[in-house]
Design a protein around this ligand. Sequence first.
Ligand SMILES: [Mg+2]
Length: 412
Amino acid sequence: MANLHNLAGVPQRPTQAVILAGGRGERMRPLTDLRPKPMIEAGGKPFLEHQLLMLREQGFKRVLLLLGYLPAVVRDYFGDGRKWGLEIDYSVTDVEDKTGRRVKLAENKIENIFFLLYCDNYWPMSMEKMWRRFLEANVPMMVTVYSNKDNYTKSVLKVDDAGFVTVYDKSRKTPDLQGTEISYAIMRRELVSGLPDGNIGLEETLFPSLIRDRQLAAFVTHHRYYSVGDTFRLPITEAFLARRPAIILDRDGVLNEKPPRANYVRTWAEFKWLPGAQESLRLLKEAGFRVIVVSNQAGIGRGAMSENDLFEIHRHMAGDAEQAGGRIDAIYYCPHNWDDGCECRKPKPGMLFQAQHDFNLDLSRTLFIGDDERDGQAAEAAGCLSELVSGEKTLLKIVGELLLKPNKSAGP
Ligand SMILES: [Mg+2]
């Protein structure tokens, strides 16, 4: 299949995804005795189906599945893919083939620029952002890197400030490694053409020279990925895929009257609910939503109030919410002063990622409602959906619209 170029000579974004799904899944025994790893069920369907649905949503049209172990189980289920609105094709090679050989043997089915992922990982991607970054970096390959600041997994690489991978060390002997590669890669086919014959792994063959030439870009994310790579991870993955919908709310100006700048709500007596806020919390609870509040509270860092003062306010606030039939599940606050340089004060997205990790949220499907531009910027940086309340657009109105949407359940 030919690839198109537009008139400006900028390549079109790829619409073919290639999925490496041929391994025996030894670490998933006995779940993989009778089916290959991508067919393990999580959240009510095979893991691979979650990936395919996301790829379709992200504008992919064709999927090439590279199979080896029990290929018929996959083919019988997905067929030509039409049922999922995709064209699915297969390349079946020896079960002992390593990743590099599997890709190389499928070369004639691979398009000029393609998207590559492993069947192990689900990560809520944004192709639009990734494609923009790939064009800027002007490289033959870009991989997605989980920053791993929370030690969720083992770090195997280093990325420099400009966003290029500088070290890849699976033996993990290099000090200060930070981050792990989760595939979700954009690649040019010429890299496949250049692979040597023989049974080789993809990363260990490609990465050293790409890194040496500064040709391996990283798309760094703080949003967790969810894996069927080992049995240890499966319960977390199950929790993520079966999660209930969530909403994230700013506090001052969304739930309660906003004090003037550099003034703070210091006591419960100074806290004034906005009209409709408690009703919104009730509606959200009734619709099954988890409600998370994220709030800058620099009054603490600036000495206007104590952390205990804030706790008292939040205790009352949560109590009022329950009285009204609602529920606040968690409140994250940034106690730091304006110039403390912390990672949590909005517009930085630190609190949103913390909530993502704690509650296994899919931020790409989670709405964050705020009232000022820093909220919007934090949402953008975290890949959240966002809305700002204003005179006409109250919290109650936004929540009402959200609950009318057919896909409000925010499932993948
Ligand atoms: Mg606010």
